[in-house]
Design a protein around this ligand. Structure first.
Ligand code: SF4
Length: 323
């Protein structure tokens, strides 16, 4: 690990001032410290924001406002989350180990970086880590990589479970910048696809700090989060589905779905929901939704199986929700 300066912010204002001066925020550090040990990231100055508040879950007119520093384990267990957003609670519990969930923050979870093997191996070519160097995953071992939304520059997947559930729940990310200026960004707009610039992952500006995530009141119907992975715990999703579906008199009245493990960002496609809403809750609609999801999917060899796996997982989830 390269030497770095360390400062502890004691207020939001001091944190934002340090961030504006080039400091890198650290909360739980469950991803950043690993990256620093491997010298994938080498920040010169860390700003600990762990003591500036932002650690409450509050009722928000039937929805919730989640402070960015609420630990993942606390969020999963919170009564408002368990009662209104069970898919979010399940997604959190499906992520990482109990020890990591105790440390990882809500804001940090959203900003964790890909687990592409080549990104962590500094001897490999990786456009995300070293712009212009190439991508060893394309043509290499790419079993965990994206089948949707990738580019010739990068096919890494986003690793968060929590973000997938929040995307299906229409989350809004609240940020602050130096001077106190607040910004509200729909979670679906926060992340960037790799295109020619895979090192740019979000719309956040230097020094901008996530302060909260807001969820509107829960959608109607039943909720589900299903994660398919290589082993029962402590593994990232090969495919995950977050879904809220309501069925009235045999017809799908509403559907909100998001997917993990398939793309460089948590993935939501309006065409999937359009294929379901207004249709009889049955195999034809479920197949049409899978067709819509995977219309532009492509495998890169080792990850070809994800196209089939995503189809089967989505259809199985819809059957469970509609039954
Ligand atoms: Fe790097 Fe992306 Fe290629 Fe992985 S897929 S090696 S993160 S450029």
């Amino acid at each position: 690990m390269k030497p770095f300066d360390f400062a502890r912010a004691d207020s939001m204002d001091s944190a934002l001032a340090a961030g504006a001066a080039g400091g890198r925020y650290i909360a739980g550090g469950t991803n950043l410290i690993d990256l620093m040990k491997l010298q994938v990231e080498t920040p010169e100055r860390l700003v600990d924001i762990g003591r500036i508040g932002l650690d409450q879950v509050e009722d928000l007119e039937g929805g919730v406002r989640i402070g960015a520093l609420v630990p993942n384990s606390d969020l999963a267990a919170h009564p408002l989350i368990r009662s209104r957003y069970p898919m979010l609670s399940r997604a959190l519990l499906a992520g990482a180990s109990a020890q990591l969930r105790n440390k990882a923050s809500t804001g940090g979870n959203l900003l964790q970086r890909t687990r592409c093997y080549y990104f962590y191996e500094t001897a490999a070519r990786c456009n995300k880590r070293e712009p212009g160097s190439g991508c060893d995953a394309i043509g290499g071992f790419n079993r965990i990589h994206a089948i949707l939304g990738g580019s010739p520059s990068c096919i890494a997947t986003h690793p968060s479970d929590m973000a997938v559930a929040m995307l299906a729940l229409d989350a809004v990310v609240v940020t602050a910048r130096a001077g106190g200026e607040e910004r509200r960004i729909r979670l679906g707009d926060l992340y960037c696809l790799p295109g020619d610039t895979p090192w740019i992952e979000t719309l956040l500006e230097p020094g901008e700090l996530i302060t909260a995530i807001e969820l509107p009141p829960p959608p109607p119907g039943r909720q589900l989060y299903r994660k398919v992975r290589d082993r029962a715990s402590y593994a990232f999703a090969l495919v995950s589905v977050a879904a809220a579906v309501s069925v009235e008199n045999g017809t799908i009245a509403s559907a909100k779905l998001a997917f993990g493990g398939l793309a460089p960002k948590p993935w939501r496609d309006p065409a999937v929901e359009a294929a379901l809403v207004g249709q009889p809750a049955g195999t034809a609609a479920f197949e049409a939704a899978a067709d819509a999801l995977l219309a532009d999917a492509r495998g890169y060899g080792h990850n070809d199986f994800k196209v089939v796996l995503a189809r089967r997982t989505l259809i199985a989830c819809l059957r469970d929700l509609a039954s």
